[in-house]
Design a protein around this ligand. Structure first.
Ligand SMILES: NC(=O)c1ccc[n+]([C@@H]2O[C@H](COP(=O)([O-])OP(=O)(O)OC[C@H]3O[C@@H](n4cnc5c(N)ncnc54)[C@H](OP(=O)(O)O)[C@@H]3O)[C@@H](O)[C@H]2O)c1
Length: 361
């Protein structure tokens, strides 16, 4: 790319916003030129606004320290400085819906980490290895919004990334019933142990709204575009429990599965390790070379050993074995703030750029 695309980050001071800043440092296609957050942070330098809240393990990039934070609500002022934005603001669902549409209507593409638009019929919700073809629906969305280049694309919830890729890899065996329990890291709530000490040695059996997302969102990702809308798949039936555990980064899933056409264990592993999609074919900058790794050891995947597989963009699967009640069971692990949040959105933006949906203004 001759000239890097100019990127704005809405919600840049938060946990996911900081992850965007960290991931985009030295990105070959994108350059962060604008940061925006709540009116509380507006007018300060990024370094002042974040203050002691920097939660990444790498230092704050020099290039963003002195950027003056914009107010997210001043849409025109932000939009005129950028080619597209990533959205990671924490506002009410209705406020997020409205503000993301307002940005799209300024002809600024929005790649969102938020859940607000995940069920808007003409908004694609994409894991680029699985359903990059859903970007086709953007043409219909632009007609609705009355835009030529502005649109919204979203990525799904972090909780599904540890098992939904397996369901995609195993489509030919027709998964029909899935029982999943997710063991979710505290960074998924925007927290570290410093600001959530009650989580040390603790488990909380409730994460608001998460079980419904974990049950429903894989069906939309596995769905198809029909008459200008995404129509969700009807199978597999998924039931899920989501539990918060004392882990900083990394969502683990323990999964039972029944198939219409029961495969062998060897067939399942072969499908996992060979599963690839548009990011690998187009060699996108953030694409994992191998999306899914299968680990043979009985004690893998482990959060501390495997969460950073493929720079946090890959998914680790292990303990696949036959079950006494279901056909098979297995354990999955993915990085919730990289693949599950900012990294997944960066990969979507790279796919959208490679497909010509995002261009310099
Ligand atoms: N953490 C994860 O792993 C994860 C994963 C998937 C999805 N998400 C979703 O991503 C979003 C951000 O999550 P997070 O964990 O990064 O949250 P966070 O750390 O609380 O950050 C929230 C960001 O939104 C801004 N903000 C808050 N209230 C605002 C307002 N009224 N108007 C404008 N901006 C406002 C904050 O700005 P100030 O600093 O100025 O307050 C900050 O930049 C949430 O919707 C969350 O549900 C998070």
């Amino acid at each position: 790319m001759e000239q890097k695309l100019r990127v704005g980050i809405l919600g840049a001071t938060g946990m996911v916003g900081q992850r965007f800043i960290a991931l985009l440092e030295n990105h070959p296609w994108f350059e962060v030129v604008t940061v925006a957050a709540s009116p509380r942070s507006a007018g300060k330098t990024y370094e002042e606004a974040v203050g002691g809240r920097w939660k990444m393990t790498t230092p704050m990039p020099e290039a963003v320290k002195n950027l003056i934070v914009h107010n997210v609500n001043e849409v025109e002022a932000v939009a005129e400085t950028v080619d597209f934005v990533f959205s990671a603001v924490d506002m009410t669902k209705d406020e997020i819906k409205a503000i993301e549409e307002a940005y799209a209507k300024t002809e600024t593409p929005v790649v969102s980490n938020n859940s607000a638009h995940r069920w808007t019929p003409d908004v694609p919700m994409v894991v680029p290895e699985i359903n990059a073809d859903h970007f086709d629906v953007i043409a219909d969305q632009k007609k609705r919004l009355g835009t030529t280049r502005g649109f919204i694309a979203v990525k799904p919830n972090c909780s599904i990334q540890s098992y939904a890729p397996c369901l995609a890899a195993w489509q030919e065996f027709e998964p029909k019933e899935v029982v999943a329990t997710t063991y979710q890291a505290i960074s998924g709530a925007g927290k570290t142990f410093k600001d959530w000490p009650e989580m040390e040695g603790n488990i909380i059996p409730f994460i608001g709204g998460e079980e419904e997302k974990s049950e429903q969102e894989p069906l939309r990702v596995l769905g198809k575009v029909e008459n200008g809308e995404i129509v969700k798949a009807s199978l597999p039936k998924i039931t899920c429990q989501c539990v918060r555990v004392p882990v900083l980064n990394g969502h683990t899933a323990a999964v039972f599965i029944n198939f219409e056409k029961k495969p062998t264990k060897e067939q399942l592993i072969e499908k996992l390790v060979n599963f690839k999609g548009f990011p690998q074919e187009a060699e996108l900058p953030s694409a994992p070379k191998q999306f899914i790794q299968y680990l043979e050891e009985d004690n893998r995947p482990q959060v501390t050993m495997d969460v950073d597989y493929e720079n946090g963009m890959g998914v680790s699967i292990g303990r696949l074995r036959e079950d006494s009640m279901f056909d098979f069971k297995f354990i999955g692990l993915s990085h919730n703030t990289v693949r599950g949040a900012a990294g997944g959105a960066v990969l979507c933006a790279e796919a959208l750029t490679a497909k010509g949906y995002i261009k310099a203004k």
